[in-house]
Design a protein around this ligand. Sequence first.
Ligand SMILES: C[S@@+](CC[C@H](N)C(=O)[O-])C[C@H]1O[C@@H](n2cnc3c(N)ncnc32)[C@H](O)[C@@H]1O
Length: 283
Amino acid sequence: MTLIADTSADKWKTSDRTAADRKWGSQWQTFTSFATQALVHALQPRPGMRVLDLACGSGDPAIFIASAVLPGGHVTAIDMSADILQLGADKARAAGLANLSFEQADAQSLPFSDGSFDAVTCRFGVMFFPDCVAALRQALRVLRPAGRIVLVAWGPYSQGYFQHTIGFLRAHAGLSDEILEADVPQAYRFSRPERLAAKLNEAGFVDVQSEFRHGDAVWPGDAVSLWQHFLDTSQTFRPYFLRLSEPQQKKMAAEVMRQVSAHFDGAVIRLKGTIVLATGIRP
Ligand SMILES: C[S@@+](CC[C@H](N)C(=O)[O-])C[C@H]1O[C@@H](n2cnc3c(N)ncnc32)[C@H](O)[C@@H]1O
């Protein structure tokens, strides 16, 4: 297997990514709101709850959860990338939220005492932890007994938008199913629910459930903007795009835009999205 996707931890430390998040954060928040809703529904937030959000990026869904645990609740949001955390802190301040703190930390070695949280959440982050079970064991440790973990990962690449972008790279740039299924840090690592369930069980969680959830992924913009978003944000699969010749890159851009344009109603692009939602309890 030739894995040329960038699976290194360093890829998250770029200021390019923060710039892209600043540029596209609002559209991405809308596009992925079906996933946030599924996570929050499984979390069942209530006033006073102490929540730890892992790999929080620029604060989605931590900001949403922080307002759902008021009054009295608190969200601690951690990520490895300092500049993305600064962006999250700016957003939380703009939203007037004082019950949310951002801290730089590696999910695989959490700097918190045992039993400090009622719940741990992670949206689109768990698949990128190099030692996923180590991170889940850390989550188990910092949860109180009977505390819940709620994880969201992407479902298969053969969905809505990704079937056009990742699908093209699979057809023309050597991105194979073997790579898309590999148990290494990459977006589709847990695209089969049983794989995430297995990691939760191995880490020591009980009452583990993991299943597909489907929803509407609505992009507030046109095909050109969605394509530009892909170019700006696809850290993991950019090496495959760069592998294409210039004419092939242009062909990919034209094909993706033609395909997603078919779902454009003049204001938004409506696609279907599939995630894996997994939960577990600390015994
Ligand atoms: C795709 S982003 C998801 C961000 C946000 N949770 C969301 O749903 O939009 C993945 C995040 O995982 C973070 N990350 C990757 N490995 C990490 C680790 N070992 N510990 C903490 N954060 C990590 C990256 O810095 C990045 O912000």
